[in-house]
Design a protein around this ligand. Structure first.
Ligand SMILES: Nc1ncnc2c1ncn2[C@@H]1O[C@H](COP(=O)(O)OP(=O)(O)OP(=O)(O)O)[C@@H](O)[C@H]1O
Length: 225
């Protein structure tokens, strides 16, 4: 493996059963280097989210390889995949999936709790530092459901960065934000990731966001074109 944060080769995925079976991904290959931002774009239903789920080890391909940290994890067992996911991958989704009854600080600490390598004091300090970096240093104890949409998405970014992942996967990270917040969230995500040499792969329908990425991967009918 060269200097690659993640690489997939000939990924194939079928979804559905019987007559409804769809060949969603057809031998998709992609290699992404640390510190770069790649956008996957294409019409609705072309397979973008399916690919992101596979890369995030949230789903298994029917064929092909997914290399992270020098291991092909395409068919690895659940325990191994969960460990690699917790250690190497941060997720940002359009609908952030914060726990609404928990504070911003507690939401950011969750991935660190899952990984289980830091003391409570270390986790609290790191979560506070990350919230400061996303401009929410004054609101660390606010409950997630008492924050605006843009603020919640910034908490989601801090949470994605919590375990210093080598890869950040983002599905429509600015999809539910207005133009101003969308630009701000994108800038923040890419600046923080680049500072830490993290690779970002994002799916977006927003041409403005796509145009600001380092690499563009247009997709159609389950293949890159
Ligand atoms: N569980 C499923 N069973 C059958 N087909 C499915 C299933 N999940 C997704 N599909 C189909 O797989 C294709 C790819 O879906 P996917 O969500 O990856 O597309 P997408 O490019 O992310 O679309 P969008 O931009 O609308 O989010 C679509 O045609 C979809 O209908």
């Amino acid at each position: 493996m060269k200097n690659e944060a993640i690489r997939c080769a000939r990924l194939t995925r079928y979804l559905g059963a019987g007559d409804a079976r769809v060949h969603v991904l057809r031998e998709v290959s992609l290699a992404v280097e640390p510190g770069t931002v790649s956008a996957i774009v294409g019409p609705s239903g072309c397979g973008k989210s399916t690919l992101l789920y596979l890369l995030g080890l949230l789903d298994r391909p029917d064929g092909g390889e997914i290399w992270i940290a020098n291991e092909n994890l395409a068919q690895a067992g659940d325990e191994k995949r969960t460990q690699v996911r917790n250690e190497h991958i941060g997720f940002v989704f359009q609908f952030h999936f914060l726990l609404p009854e928990f504070s911003a600080l507690e939401n950011v600490m969750l991935p660190m709790r899952k990984l289980g390598r830091a003391t409570p004091a270390q986790m609290t300090a790191r979560a506070a530092q990350l919230l400061d970096a996303v401009g929410l240093g004054e609101k660390t104890h606010r409950l997630a459901n008492q924050l605006s949409g843009g603020e919640q998405q910034r908490v989601a970014i801090a949470r994605a960065l919590a375990n210093q992942p080598s890869i950040i996967l983002a599905d429509e990270p600015t999809g539910n934000l207005d133009v101003k917040n969308s630009g701000m969230v994108f800038d923040l995500l890419t600046r923080l990731a680049k500072e830490n040499g993290q690779a970002i792969i994002l799916v977006t329908h927003n041409p403005d966001i796509a145009g600001r990425c380092d690499f563009l991967h247009p997709m159609r009918d389950g293949v890159f074109v």
